[in-house]
Design a protein around this ligand. Structure first.
Ligand SMILES: [Cu+2]
Length: 148
């Protein structure tokens, strides 16, 4: 019954021109690691969506992970301010203008999605994404760039 319409859908998808991938999935685990170290955003994307998946089992209080985007220069001061803001604020200084985008803090098995407005990103500028949980951001960080 459904075979014919399904085949038609498949065919039309296959015939579409190749569009830029305007999304990325980042996994974080109980070993305090992101599985992605570098993200390149195609400049033709209007919005870029990042999904963070905590694929571990530990609770947020012991092994919480988030995904925060700042410029490379803002990364360390933003992470330090987040630590001072404490667990009640998910280790983010409230209303911190340096934070371009962020997910919420996740425990094992949870996920969250954030959309980045690509018009706020500059080509040629390096951005840093990191987890602001205390002790994590020295290891849990990577680079995001806009393709030129
Ligand atoms: Cu973390």
């Amino acid at each position: 019954m459904f075979a014919k319409p399904f085949a038609t859908v498949l065919l039309s998808v296959a015939c579409l021109p190749v569009y830029a991938q305007c999304e990325a999935t980042v996994e974080a685990n109980d070993a305090m690691q992101f599985n992605v170290k570098e993200i390149t955003v195609d400049k033709t994307c209007k919005e870029f969506t990042v999904t963070l998946k905590h694929v571990g089992k530990l609770p947020k209080t012991a092994m919480g992970h988030n995904w925060i985007l700042t410029t490379e220069a803002d990364f360390q001061p933003t992470a330090t301010a987040g630590m001072a803001a404490g667990a009640a604020n998910d280790y983010m200084q409230p209303n911190d203008a340096r934070i371009i985008a962020h997910t919420k803090m996740l425990g094992g098995g949870e996920s969250d999605t954030v959309t980045v407005d690509v018009s706020k990103l500059a080509a040629g500028q390096n951005y840093t994404f990191f987890c602001s949980f205390p002790g994590h951001w020295a290891i849990m960080k990577g680079t995001l760039k806009v393709s030129s």
